[in-house]
Design a protein around this ligand. Structure first.
Ligand SMILES: [Zn+2]
Ligand SMILES: [Zn+2]
Length: 682
């Protein structure tokens, strides 16, 4: 059995925002999933171009760069380089991982929108917008913060309120202020260029209804949005950082990031064709041939964007073009649900989760790749759990690692490293041989329909079959009376070892390479998915002396390493720079501890009465495990005096005691000269 139809693919993963290092959830959501699919298609002998890149433009980078006093381009490039390097370390097999500030993309976008304008889908409209007279610039989305008009939350951003999740425009914010200078902005008129999405709604409707592959829930979501009506959208911004809009009169504007990054799927293939493989015709060959299949790996929040905005953009560009010049519409999307971390949302600010740079420093890459796919959130949200991580690697080792190691060591020791002869197959052999002959078809069918989790679990089950076979045959007993019969068992087993080398290759490529090197099979490039069968490894082949493939995972050790890593990071570097003005907002003062009380039912807390000059205050701090009451009474300490008061165990704490922390050591800060309480720290 084989599924031999050859295909041509453009495979993509969502464009990570350049301002943040991806975490494990981002990784399995699109990047790793698309890599597995691309690797599988290549093994099938399909033609594949696999692309993505960093989403470099937009206000968050611009704001962060302004705060760090460097150019947005410099910051974006620096972060892009870090992300690109990390994906390489994760062995993501992109043909082109680029960024949206590359010249090919910029030129492509400008030409693209010139065509869209020619096709009659662009119009201008004047509107009111916020302007900062101090910084002399319009303030798009994240350049403004204020009070949310819906829920009253403070510091809602100009594009969205984090508390109630409602989408906002800057002008709706109450008591808005500029995030760069803190001044209130004024309202000014400005002109923007709009995409006439409603004009293309009917064509989009046809596309969605005709494409039978799009998953049912995504289809329904799109059809609902279409029936509600797709609004006109401004595609320009008053922002310096971005791609200059190509429209007459729009020289000061840039293209809104939402309407250019997604087209990177197209321009990244163009850049690959022109600059990487230096065969420019390959761009049309992939993007303008209706036979090509495009597939987009995304998180569930991205469905509308990829199935509404993206196809509409393509339709607006394609109008009146000949079939040879049309860009093809999406073939399919694979969207995942969310991965949580120990049942909570990933949160950088709260330190919840593991980021892809940290992961590589504490455990081997293939362990992460395996566990992420093994619990891939395909039909519902799943959670990364430490306990599961440990179990998953144990499962991998028990079912696959041990089978391979037993087989290869036996051949190495008993048969001088030479694959033994086969004999006639008996019923037990035949049952397992059947598994071997059909496994690549079965796993392939799952991967083709993006059921990666099932595919990986079925590979593990195949390992279980292998162990059952080996235990039934018990060649370690057999060898005492019949060496040939024992050799025959390992002839069969080594075919399964080869199968693992192929089947695991999309999922854990490093391990696959090791397996193939033991079998002396040349480089992974020549491997073929359909080459698995009962005679793939020939009698008499010399194998290499094997090493165990996996080690037992000590989760406690990994957690400790990770904790240390996070502490180091929070100590040095990696933190956003603060301005002197921000520092000045902190009122840090010397205080005298007048009395110390133990807080009932709270092992760690002390309640302090402190003198801050003439003023007396109460503060609560978790020092009971580190200091005795007498060691603190009468001590001069340092506190943050203008921290928002906060109730701890029912006691209102009016300030925060400052202490240095390194692992288990906690040391209260004290002034090294005699200085009166209330003295300010500057
Ligand atoms: Zn709100
Ligand atoms: Zn300002």
């Amino acid at each position: 059995m084989s599924n031999n139809e050859k295909n041509k693919w453009v495979i993509t993963s969502a464009w990570p925002y350049v301002n943040a290092i991806p975490h494990l959830g981002n990784m399995i959501g699109s990047v790793l999933s698309s890599d597995i699919f691309a690797r599988f298609c290549r093994l099938k002998g399909d033609e594949v171009v696999f692309v993505s890149g960093s989403d470099s433009h937009g206000t968050p980078v611009a704001v962060a760069a302004k705060k760090q006093n460097i150019s947005a381009q410099e910051l974006a490039l620096k972060n892009h380089t870090i992300i690109k390097d990390l994906f390489k370390k994760w062995q993501i097999s992109y043909d082109n991982y680029t960024d949206t500030h590359n010249p090919t993309h910029i030129e492509f976008i400008r030409n693209f929108y010139r065509d869209v304008q020619k096709n009659g889908y662009i119009f201008e409209k004047e509107l009111e917008s916020l302007y900062c007279e101090h910084d002399k610039l319009f303030l798009p989305d994240r350049f403004v913060e204020g009070i949310c008009p819906h829920c009253g939350a403070e510091s809602a951003r100009g594009d969205q309120c984090d508390k109630c999740q409602k989408l906002l425009t800057p002008i709706e914010l109450k008591r808005a202020h500029c995030v760069i200078c803190n001044n209130p902005p004024v309202v000014r008129k400005t002109k923007h260029w709009y995409l006439d999405l409603p004009k293309l709604q009917d064509q989009l409707d046809v596309f969605i209804k005709q494409n039978q592959l799009i998953p049912q829930n995504a289809r329904q979501m799109c059809l609902n949005s279409i029936s509600e009506g797709i609004p006109q959208r401004a595609i320009t911004r008053d922002l310096e950082w971005g791609i200059p809009a190509p429209f007459k009169g729009a020289e000061e504007k840039t293209i809104y990031v939402w309407f250019e990054a997604v087209l990177g799927y197209v321009s990244a293939v163009k850049e690959w064709a022109e600059k990487i493989i230096k065969d420019p015709k390959k761009f049309d060959y992939f993007w303008k041939d209706p036979e090509t299949k495009t597939v987009f790996f995304i998180g569930k929040d991205n469905i509308i964007f990829h199935l509404i905005i993206f196809p509409i953009l393509l339709l607006s560009y394609n109008k009146d073009k000949s079939n040879r010049d049309k860009l093809i519409l999406p073939y399919n999307v694979s969207s995942t649900e969310w991965l949580m971390f120990e049942n909570e949302k990933f949160s950088k600010s709260r330190g919840i989760g593991i980021w892809i740079d940290e992961a590589l420093e504490v455990a081997p890459l293939d362990y992460w790749r395996f566990t992420l796919v093994y619990n891939r959130p395909e039909t519902s949200d799943t959670s990364f759990l430490w306990s599961e991580f440990e179990n998953n690697i144990k499962t991998l080792n028990d079912n696959i690692g041990n089978f391979i190691h037993r087989t290869l060591t036996f051949i190495d020791k008993q048969f001088n490293g030479t694959v033994p002869h086969k004999l006639e197959f008996d019923e037990v052999d035949k049952k397992f041989i059947e598994c071997i002959n059909s496994i690549s078809y079965e796993i392939g069918e799952s991967i083709k329909t993006f059921k990666l989790r099932k595919a990986l679990r079925d590979i593990v089950n195949f390992g279980k079959e292998g162990n059952v076979y080996l235990n039934n045959k018990a060649p370690w007993h057999l060898i005492k009376k019949d060496k040939e019969a024992a050799g025959h068992v390992f002839y069969v087993c080594v075919q399964a070892v080869y199968a693992f080398g192929i089947l695991l290759s999309p999922f854990i490529p490093g391990t696959s390479e090791k397996i193939m090197s033991y079998l002396n099979v040349p480089t992974s490039k020549d491997l073929k998915w359909d080459s698995i069968n009962e005679n793939a490894v020939k009698e008499g082949l010399k194998i290499k002396k094997p090493e165990p493939l996996f080690q037992k995972l000590d989760v406690q050790e990994i957690q400790d390493k990770l904790q240390k890593l996070k502490e180091q990071k929070s100590k040095i570097g990696d933190k956003e720079l603060v301005s002197y003005d921000d520092f000045k907002k902190l009122d840090i003062r010397v205080a005298l501890i007048e009395s110390v009380e133990i807080v009932p039912k709270a092992d760690k807390l002390y309640k302090f009465s402190i003198a801050l000059g003439t003023e007396k205050r109460t503060i609560v701090a978790g020092l009971a495990e580190h200091y005795k009451v007498d060691e603190l009474k009468g001590k001069k300490i340092v506190i943050l005096a203008n921290l928002e008061p906060r109730k701890l165990r029912g006691i209102l704490s009016e300030g925060m005691l400052l202490a240095a922390v390194a692992g288990d050591i906690v040391s209260v800060l004290t002034p090294d000269k005699n200085i009166p309480p209330g003295a300010k720290i500057e």
